[in-house]
Design a protein. Structure first.
Lengths: 172, 372
């Protein structure tokens, strides 16, 4: 049974990884309050699961995995509720001359399904490999590749070809 | 090709100013989670048999120990639920004192625990025991102290309570139709669990007693005992199988005779799951996980495993809202409808409920534990 961290050790850990986890959480959920809650919960779960974490050095990665999975789970329900029928299909965004007229990145991310969003954040913000992304999300590498492709297709619709070239991903 | 996207992602959060961390809040939440998990946590299992002597046995069937008892698996047991002080056994109805806390199946009907504090577990005060037979007739069995749960088996006509005798504890076996004591069994003096008396579970003729880090199985017919090392707390045993959550948050089921793990249900990192065995031990219903509960418990479906086969079916709804009949069928009550599902196939059928159950009703279902 690994020795649990002392309060001082855990406090140092929290201070050390809070900002990094918060940024990832914000990209995953797009809301500051929710991002804060997610980080706190993932770190608390890390503390409670110390027999699995085993050592302080492994804790940030464990907290990050917990955070990503909690975010994907938390937003599954919301995403279902957001899927309202419309009479017309959304047209792909034309290349706006003024970049400020384009939707923000966070707004574009909100159009992704939770798992797609997690894949994008892990692969292109966290710079994780396909294999590591699959391990974190508990799915196959093939699923990561297909989710990445689908997600890039959706992002291209909202951000344009200059951000997501049409050679990447499937058209949505 | 994705450099621009990557750049935008980094730019999006580069100027963020996160609220400062409050480690004390994280630590408090972490400790709360850890305490909650400890209440039902086991670790890797190795059963060790240690015969410690024989006690005077009484007539009780010996249907457990070698796998699930299928003799009562015909799916013909009644649906048992309660609202407030009303107990419904299929179409029969009975009234018990105060508010229903929980149901405990026996061969003679359902044993009902009720109390004057809204059927609460914590802060229940002394509780009343009543046998409600399948025809709705009742037998008053007196009161028991708070924190003492009766252990029953759906094929046995007794219930067992842990009682203090000086500084020791005994298991008192009582006839469920009269309340008369038929046997008293001294309980081992081991490091106690988190309750005031050792929590008990009855499976056929075997009584399981939960301690801090082990569970002792006592054969009431022969007096033989063996210890299931490494699994403590409230024993959840049915059909010769014991289910619990390990320290990693995964739920697993072991054969209580051999100690072998027969089923493991993984949880994602950081999550924590609870399961409920059917009264015959054939099936495992996984309830909403800790993460799902904190998000409202609306996970869409829940999984039901065939323990021996390891296969599973998915049933719509939240697992906490489904009870078990004594013969291992799942059921729920909503509005004016009872839905009953075959736990092996997931096939469900609906029938009229004997009473209309509102969303905010104080509903209690048979086959579920309501302990805190």
């Amino acid at each position: 049974m690994p020795r649990p961290p002392t309060d001082a050790e855990f406090t140092e850990l929290v201070h050390g990884c809070w900002s990094s986890l918060y940024r990832t959480a914000y990209l995953l959920v797009g809301d500051h309050g929710l991002a804060e809650d997610l980080v706190q919960t993932s770190l608390a779960r890390t503390y409670a699961s110390w027999s699995k974490v085993r050592e302080v050095g492994a804790a940030p990665a464990y907290a990050r995995t917990t955070l990503v999975n909690a975010a994907a789970s938390q937003f599954r329900k919301k995403s279902w509720r957001r899927e309202l029928p419309t009479e017309t299909l959304v047209e792909p965004a034309a290349e706006a001359a003024d970049p400020s007229l384009r939707p923000t990145l966070v707004a574009a991310l909100s159009h992704l399904a939770p798992r797609q969003r997690a894949v994008i954040v892990l692969r292109f913000y966290e710079d994780q490999s396909v294999a590591e992304t699959a391990r974190i999300l508990g799915c196959s590498e093939g699923t990561v590749k297909s989710q990445t492709s689908d997600a890039l297709g959706v992002l291209r619709t909202h951000l344009g070809d200059s951000v997501v070239p049409s050679t990447l991903g499937r058209s949505s | 090709m994705t450099e621009r996207l990557s750049q935008l992602l980094h730019e999006e959060v580069a100027e963020l100013h996160p609220v400062p961390a409050v480690p004390s809040r994280v630590l408090a939440e972490g400790r709360r989670l850890r305490r909650r998990r400890r209440l039902s946590t086991g670790v890797a299992v190795a059963a060790a048999v240690a015969v410690v002597g024989a006690a005077g046995g009484y007539a009780i069937s010996q249907s457990n120990g070698a796998g699930p008892d299928l003799t009562n698996a015909g799916g013909d047991a009644p649906v048992v639920f309660g609202v407030g002080s009303k107990v419904y056994v299929d179409d029969a109805v009975a009234t018990v004192p105060d508010t229903i806390h929980s149901f405990h199946y026996t061969s003679e009907g359902v044993l009902v625990r009720s109390n004057p504090n809204d059927g609460a577990s914590d802060g229940s005060g002394p509780e009343t025991l009543t046998l409600v037979r399948n025809d709705g007739t009742t037998v008053a069995l007196g009161t028991i102290p708070e924190g003492v749960g009766p252990a029953t088996d759906s094929a046995e006509s007794v219930y067992v309570l842990a009682e203090a005798r000086g500084e020791d504890f005994v298991a008192v076996v009582r006839d469920v139709e009269t309340g008369e004591t038929v046997e008293e069994v001294p309980l081992p003096d081991l490091r106690p669990s988190y309750w005031e008396v050792p929590p008990l579970s009855l499976d056929g003729s075997t009584l399981y007693v939960g301690y801090r880090s082990s569970t002792v199985a006592i054969d009431l017919a022969t007096g033989e005992q063996h210890t299931v090392d490494g699994i403590g707390g409230l024993p959840i045993v049915a059909g010769g199988r014991l289910g619990t959550t390990n320290r990693e948050g995964d739920f697993f089921v072991v054969d209580t005779t051999t100690g072998e793990e027969v089923l493991l249900v993984d949880s994602p990192d950081g999550d924590y799951s609870w399961g409920t065995l059917s009264p015959d031990g054939r099936f495992l219903k996984m309830n909403a996980s800790e993460m799902a509960m904190e998000q409202g418990g609306e996970s869409g479906t829940f999984a039901v495993y065939d323990v021996a086969a390891g296969s599973k079916v998915e049933i719509e709804g939240d697992g906490y809202g489904w009870g078990w009949t004594a013969s291992g069928e799942l059921f729920r009550v909503a509005g004016d409808t009872v839905t009953t599902c075959d736990a092996g196939t997931g096939q469900c059928r609906e029938s009229p409920a004997p009473t209309k159950v509102g969303k905010n009703a104080h509903l209690r279902l048979g086959g579920l534990s309501y302990e805190s």
